[in-house]
Design a protein around this ligand. Structure first.
Ligand code: ADE
Length: 253
């Protein structure tokens, strides 16, 4: 059964490029994913199709009105869907790979795209989780919805090939990926590390692990604290911290 996404937005055309290119468009064509982008304006209840209004009690900006959001949500529910409901908010639960895995277990997800001024608070009664993609303020939730859908869609079995899933796994294992090279073997005086051209697969595996640990230590040491490290990983980490290089420790000829 296809995983279903519903977005509720005042700019549904924002998603056209996302749904019509690359892996996502292939996943839709393969019948693995459906994305329904619903225009809140279609559910406005007045003749001017108003979707926002001033704030009670005073204050700057406009808020998204409740009627179009409830109307759009109810139109989905009336068709028999039971989506898990997210709303994009800068103070929501931080979106990360673990959250993406959790969402990949849900059959149907509905994302209400907020605007930066905000949304009428009564909308929260239909929301399961507020979600943020980082500590910065977007002018609308549409880019956040794209980020969330992309990360979740690539976890659906059959959407990406094995090579890609390895990358996902490596992040889930809390270490950053190792560096990769393609041809030519030498470019502008920069050589591909000999070990990668040695044909020694055991040694290549160790080198890659070493580089993952080294890169994580340099760029995201916080991830190492939580990572599940083997005895050999710990040995490598200590060696890296002492400033050793791979060739010295593993006797690369
Ligand atoms: N809306 C405004 N800023 C946002 C953010 N950082 N994440 C999700 N939704 C938002």
């Amino acid at each position: 059964m296809a995983k279903k996404f519903f977005t509720l937005s005042i700019f549904p055309q924002f998603f056209d490029c996302f749904t019509s290119t690359g892996i996502v468009s292939q996943a839709i064509k393969k019948g693995l994913v459906e994305i329904h982008n619903i225009n809140l304006r279609d559910f406005a209840t007045d003749k001017h199709k108003t979707v926002d209004d001033v704030v009670y009690g005073g204050g700057p900006g406009m808020l998204l009105k409740p009627e179009p959001i409830f109307g759009a949500y109810e139109s989905v529910i009336e068709k028999g869907h039971k989506p898990y409901v997210l709303i994009t908010e800068p103070w929501g639960r931080r979106f990360d790979q673990k959250f993406a895995y959790e969402l990949s277990q849900k059959d149907e997800i509905l994302i209400i795209c907020g605007r930066y001024e905000g949304v009428d608070e009564r909308v929260k009664t239909i929301v399961n989780q507020e979600v943020s993609i980082g500590d910065f303020v977007l002018s609308g939730g549409e880019p956040a919805a794209v980020v969330i859908m992309d990360a979740v869609i690539r976890l659906i079995p059959g959407v990406v090939g094995d090579a890609d899933s390895l990358r996902v796994d490596s992040f889930a294992n809390q270490l950053l990926g190792y560096p990769n090279y393609t041809r030519p073997a030498e470019y502008k005086g920069m050589k591909v590390p000999d070990v990668l051209r040695s044909g020694n697969h055991e040694l290549i595996k160790k080198w890659r692990r070493w580089k993952q640990i080294e890169r994580t230590l340099q760029k995201r040491p916080d991830l190492l604290e939580k990572a599940n490290l083997s005895e050999e990983d710990k040995f490598m980490l200590e060696a890296i911290k002492k400033g050793k290089n791979f060739g010295e420790i593993f006797k690369v000829p």
